[in-house]
Design a protein around this ligand. Structure first.
Ligand code: ADP
Ligand code: ASP
Ligand code: MG
Length: 410
């Protein structure tokens, strides 16, 4: 008998029929004698619908009230799932984030979990109840409802698993595991039986939204056994996130390919090549709370240089506005900007011990006539920025070039 936290995503609870189906699955686990804490997302499309309503009223919705509004999506699904379980004779009790409570900081729409009180949940589990908790939401110290950022139910689940010292946290979604790349873009993508925690962190941070990055960080920090599975299939072991590399396993050097359309590129040209310039350009952007991703500065010539970086697409206009002042101040000759760009990244812990991976990537893209605008690397990843129209082609050819469409696991 184990204590298991299961999370069901938006598509998995997208209709009342699907909620009944989830209830039947939970009943099976319960019948095997397991203690179960279930985290659910809002029905698919609901969070977007609620954000749309808010924007009908305020162009930039009030942060506190937006969280009051969008957190209602998950309140609907916990209630429905508890009813569906009771209907088939399984004792269940639902909790909103504030009822647990899941205490967070006060950064509305991107709050971080600070503590979770497990007392009430434990008492319910001891009494034989299935505990159902609304994902994505918490409460701050002044009693305001907070939310954890898009995809945040994953993080709620892993945090609850950590707090309860659960034996496993299972993320049920609409694919049967973590794939070599998004199977919706590359049909030849393969499910990975395991992926290392480090690789999963990179994949999530570079755009693979199958797990929210903070959920992976939590799993790493508290050593939560984390698995991604399909809610639509009865059997299947999904993908296990492992903490150690399996030395015996004949693994591909590149484990997976991530991509991100949420990028915009800015190139500040003819910048004086002197100390403090990077700070003068990026300082005001940081002050405006805009996250800068890739950054490149060229070696200067004749006293000037070019400085390029990327920001989230939604911040493109705001960044350009800030840079207009900066340009005059530092005397840059020109600002060249493009918000139709995308980032493709190859990820793999095997890159540490292999050379030539980046050059294979560059050659493969060159053979397709895909121009690389910016490059950034770390020990276990290489990212390139390309014209958005080449994104899918780029991902497909790289997937093939690194042999990811062929089974390599024992
Ligand atoms: P949920 O609503 O269950 O949280 P999400 O839509 O957030 O589901 O995440 C699942 C989706 O992630 C899949 O449908 C798939 O299109 C996408 N995805 C992106 N990259 C990957 C990957 N490497 N492996 C599996 N799925 C991926
Ligand atoms: N409902 C929230 C969202 O759509 C949280 C989640 O699904 O994980 O982002
Ligand atoms: Mg998700």
């Amino acid at each position: 008998m184990a204590l298991i936290v299961q999370k069901y995503g938006g598509t998995s609870v997208g209709t009342t029929e699907r909620i009944k189906n989830v209830a039947r699955r939970i009943a099976k686990w319960k019948a095997q004698g397991h203690d179960l804490v279930i985290v659910v997302s809002a029905m698919s499309g609901e969070t977007n619908r609620l954000i749309g309503l808010a924007k009908d009223i305020q162009e930039y919705p009030d942060a506190r009230e937006l969280d009051v509004l969008v957190s209602t999506g998950e309140q609907v699904t916990i209630g429905l799932l508890a009813m569906a379980l009771k209907e088939i004779g399984v004792p269940a009790k639902s909790y909103c984030g504030w009822q647990v409570p899941v205490v967070t900081d006060s950064s509305h729409s991107k709050a971080r979990i600070q503590s979770i009180d497990d007392a009430a949940m434990r008492a319910d589990l001891d009494a034989g109840q299935v505990v159902i908790v609304a994902g994505f939401q918490g409460i701050d110290e002044v009693g305001s409802i907070t939310t954890l950022g898009r995809g945040g139910s994953d993080t709620s689940a892993v945090a609850l698993a950590a707090a309860l010292k659960a034996d496993e946290c299972q993320i049920y979604t609409d694919v049967d595991g973590v794939y070599t790349t998004d199977p919706r873009v590359v049909p030849e993508a393969r499910r990975l039986k395991t992926i290392t925690f480090e690789e999963m962190i990179e994949m999530a941070s570079l755009g693979s939204k199958v797990l929210q990055i903070r959920s992976v960080e939590f799993a790493g920090k508290y050593k939560v056994r984390l698995r991604v599975l399909s809610s639509f299939e009865e059997e299947g072991e999904g993908t296990l996130i492992t903490f150690e590399e399996d030395q015996n396993m004949e693994k591909a050097v590149v484990a997976g390919i991530a991509f991100d359309r949420n990028e915009a590129r800015i190139n500040v040209k003819g910048v004086p090549d002197k100390p403090g310039i990077a700070y003068q350009i990026l300082g005001p952007i940081a002050d405006a709370n805009i996250e800068v991703d890739m950054i490149i500065q060229n070696v200067g010539e004749h006293g000037t240089t070019d400085f390029s970086f990327t920001v989230p697409r939604g911040e493109f206009q705001r960044t350009l506005g800030i840079l207009r002042d900066v340009q005059t101040h530092i005397g840059a000759t020109k600002i060249d900007a493009d918000d139709k760009v995308a980032k493709i990244s190859i990820v793999g812990v095997g890159m540490r011990s292999h050379c030539g991976i980046a050059s294979t990537m560059f050659r493969t893209l060159a053979e397709e006539g895909i121009n690389i605008q910016l490059i950034s690397t770390s020990e276990i990843k290489v990212s390139v920025l390309v014209d958005e129209k080449y994104l899918e082609l780029g991902v497909r050819v790289l997937h093939k070039a690194f042999g990811l469409d062929q089974a390599v696991e024992a």
